[in-house]
Ligand binder design. Sequence first.
Ligand SMILES: NC(=O)c1ccc[n+]([C@@H]2O[C@H](COP(=O)([O-])OP(=O)(O)OC[C@H]3O[C@@H](n4cnc5c(N)ncnc54)[C@H](OP(=O)(O)O)[C@@H]3O)[C@@H](O)[C@H]2O)c1
Length: 276
Amino acid sequence: MTSLAKTDALQNLAGTIALAGAGKMGGAMLTGWLAGGLDATRVTVIEPDPSDEIRAFAAKGIQLNPKTATAADTLVVAVKPQTFHEAGPALKPFVGPSTLVVSIMAGTTIAALEEVCGGRVVRAMPNTPASIGRGITVAVSAKSVSAAQRATADALLRATGSVEWVDDESLMDAVTAVSGSGPAYVFLLAEELARAGVEAGLPAELATRLARETVAGSGELLHRSKLGSATLRQNVTSPGGTTAAALEVLMGKDGMQQLMIRAIAAATKRSKDLAK
Ligand SMILES: NC(=O)c1ccc[n+]([C@@H]2O[C@H](COP(=O)([O-])OP(=O)(O)OC[C@H]3O[C@@H](n4cnc5c(N)ncnc54)[C@H](OP(=O)(O)O)[C@@H]3O)[C@@H](O)[C@H]2O)c1
């Protein structure tokens, strides 16, 4: 979807929106909505400790921590899953029988959301590049969600990047492991590349800069290129060369493939356990 189409979808969005939790993720979503032209006067934010940025949005017309709660057309839940046990029942007054409830909480199921908040639930998993509009979100909707409500959820989630919809909620644990937690693995790659550079004799500051720009530049190349990641990798690798020597280690027995499979399995299991 082009950024123009994104803006249209946000500008044409109907009804009122309540956002519970305007921390890192909720704040990034709100910033994306307003930048995309969503009418600020239709947005209510419930946030016990608003940042200066969120307070500044109040001057643009959002309602911050209203004294009385009324049912919204859409409630977006962006509090921590641990907070939800406490915060959830307090959100009920914002939910009417046909309110769309969009949750980005890790490990919180559609059934749990329906039980605590009611409403018609979309469960979504974003990731932190959302803060620069380059996130990817995976979403799944309850059967009660109408096509129009799904389009509303899509527009709200798309304000921070791209959106994929799945039909099977059980996939959300693996989604959380791959794209939700994924940015941490990429940042770790930058850390370890720098550390290995120091081991190989580079000054720490130079190694850090080289690793950071290599990860960031390669990410951008992957983003802009039509080629797949394997082809881009092969394009750097000449037979018998330096890259090939490193890849023999990284792609060898107990290399990155096995490590990544174990890491994703561990994160998937933790996501399942958290949902219990
Ligand atoms: N960060 C990620 O990479 C990531 C990725 C995917 C999904 N998520 C999900 O996104 C959600 C938010 O994560 P985050 O990283 O944005 O956390 P965060 O920065 O801690 O944001 C949560 C916000 O909710 C506020 N809050 C606490 N109690 C509340 C209440 N009763 N009513 C309304 N707001 C309340 C918190 O305020 P206080 O600071 O005052 O407690 C905080 O500002 C989580 O459920 C997480 O699973 C995060």
